[in-house]
Structure formats: C-alpha cells, structure tokens
Design a protein around this ligand. Structure first.
Ligand SMILES: O=C(O)C(=O)C[C@]1(C(=O)O)C=C[C@@H](O)C=C1
Length: 244
C-alpha cells in the first residue's frame, strides 16, 4: 500500500489546556462514557476462557506498537507492560511537563490487572465460549486502558491540590501521613455526584442491558468500590513522592 501523506495547510501544535479541577473532571466524565460503552461491548461476549491464554501477549504486543507510535509520551497514559519497549517510530511531541517528582511515573496497572480479572470480569460476564477470542481480547484491552487512564488521573488531581495548598500538604507528606492525605483527597459530594451520573449514563446508553441482573447497580459498585478508591490511592502515592 502507498505511504499515506496527510497534511493540513497549517497544523498548529496546540498544548492541552492547563490541568485544573474542571478540565480533569471533564476528562473523567468523558472517560465514563468510554468505560460504560467498553463494558457493554465486553458483556456482549461470554467469558470465553481461551482468550486468556493469549491476552497477555496480545496486550504486550499492542502496547509495544502503541509505544513506538508514542502513546505513552502522553503523561495521561500508562502501559500495563512497561518492560522491553521498542524504539520510537513517530516524531516527538512536546507534551507539557505538568507532573513533578518521582510520583510522575507511578503505575499501578499490575493491581488494576489483578482487579480486572479477579473482581470485575466475574461480576459482569456470563460463563460460556462463543469462539470470539480476538474480539473479546480487544474488548478487554479497550476497557483496561480506559480504566487505567481514569485511575491514573489521580496524579493530576494530586498535583493540582499540591500547587494550590502546598503549605498545608507538605507537612503531611514529610510525616508520611497517609490518612490525612487521603482525607484531603476526598470530596464526598463529588464522589456521590460521579456515581449518580454513572448510573444515569448506564440507563441512557444501554437501557436493555442495564435491566439485566442490576447492571446499573454493578457499575455503581465498580465506581464506588474500585475506580474512585484507586484514583485516590494514586493521588496519595503521588503526593508521598512529590518532594523526592
Ligand atoms: O474530582 C476530584 O477532585 C477527584 O479527586 C476525583 C475523585 C474521583 O475519583 O472521581 C476522587 C476523589 C474525590 O473524593 C472526588 C472525586
């Protein structure tokens, strides 16, 4: 196939708008749509056990390809298999260096991987084998990447809070006071609003699926029990490393 040459007259390099509570919350709200749609896509297939003989390799190889194209230069993206990645094949882009300190490279994807296979899939997917292993694997990968991105936005909330109130936060970081840092990362009103909004989206996007075995209830538990707490965990871990 011929090499594609796509150029517009003028392609200004536009740095993303500065990160603040509103812009990051808006990113989380958009990711909710992605996560809910990806869940609907995944639950179309049964468990399909043979998928999991190939999923590790498939994710590793897909990530290697995406790494070459510089997906992970964007500080909002974190690979599941960061080891042995290949050389780049795309030009570099000057992403703003918003995250600071050792926490910038926090990656809890191993924990997300375990959670996904041990907790999430068994709650959402029916037993069975319909032979659609590749489709199932890519549905898993899309969902895993969206969930990982959501959770690692915790780093951005942490940096925003640090910049806003660092004189208050610093003593807790120096004292390694996880409990106080967690308290500062928690806004119950926002968490409740997120969970209610997720429930509403499930009802709008997938009226039929959402009636099955309380799908809506399971998605809100996913948010309440896993996605929000892990986002806050990333926030606290980031802050603990912010002065390193
Ligand atoms: O919106 C924020 O300020 C966040 O830190 C994100 C988030 C979430 O995971 O949705 C996490 C902690 C807060 O309690 C509220 C919401």
């Amino acid at each position: 196939m011929d090499k594609l040459e796509l150029r517009c007259k003028e392609c200004p390099r536009r740095a993303k708008a500065e990160y603040n509570d509103d812009t990051v919350r808006a990113s989380l709200a958009r990711l909710e749509d992605t996560i809910i749609f990806a869940l609907f896509e995944r639950v179309k297939f049964p468990l399909n056990p043979p998928t999991y003989d190939l999923l590790g390799d498939l994710v590793r190889e897909t990530e290697a390809l995406q790494f070459k194209a510089r997906r992970y230069d964007n500080p909002e993206e974190n690979p599941f298999f960061p080891e042995n990645l290949p050389p780049f094949a795309a030009p570099e882009y000057p992403f703003p260096e918003f995250l600071q300190g050792a926490g910038a490279s926090i990656n809890i994807n191993k924990e997300i991987w375990e959670l996904y296979f041990n907790e999430l899939l068994p709650k959402f997917v029916k037993c069975g084998d319909d032979g659609n292993y590749a489709q199932t694997a890519f549905a898993d990968l899309t969902l895993l990447q969206a969930i990982s991105k959501r959770i690692h936005y915790g780093k951005f909330f942490a940096e925003i809070r640090f910049r806003r109130i660092h004189t208050i936060i610093e003593p807790y970081i120096r004292a390694k006071n996880r409990r106080e840092l967690m308290r500062m990362a928690t806004i119950d009103r926002i968490e409740n609003m997120v969970v209610r909004r997720v429930e509403a989206k499930v009802m709008v996007f997938g009226r039929e699926v959402s009636q099955e075995h309380d799908f809506k209830g399971r998605v809100s538990i996913l948010y309440e029990k896993w996605l929000i707490p892990l986002t806050k965990k990333v926030e606290v871990e980031y802050l603990l490393k912010r002065l390193d």
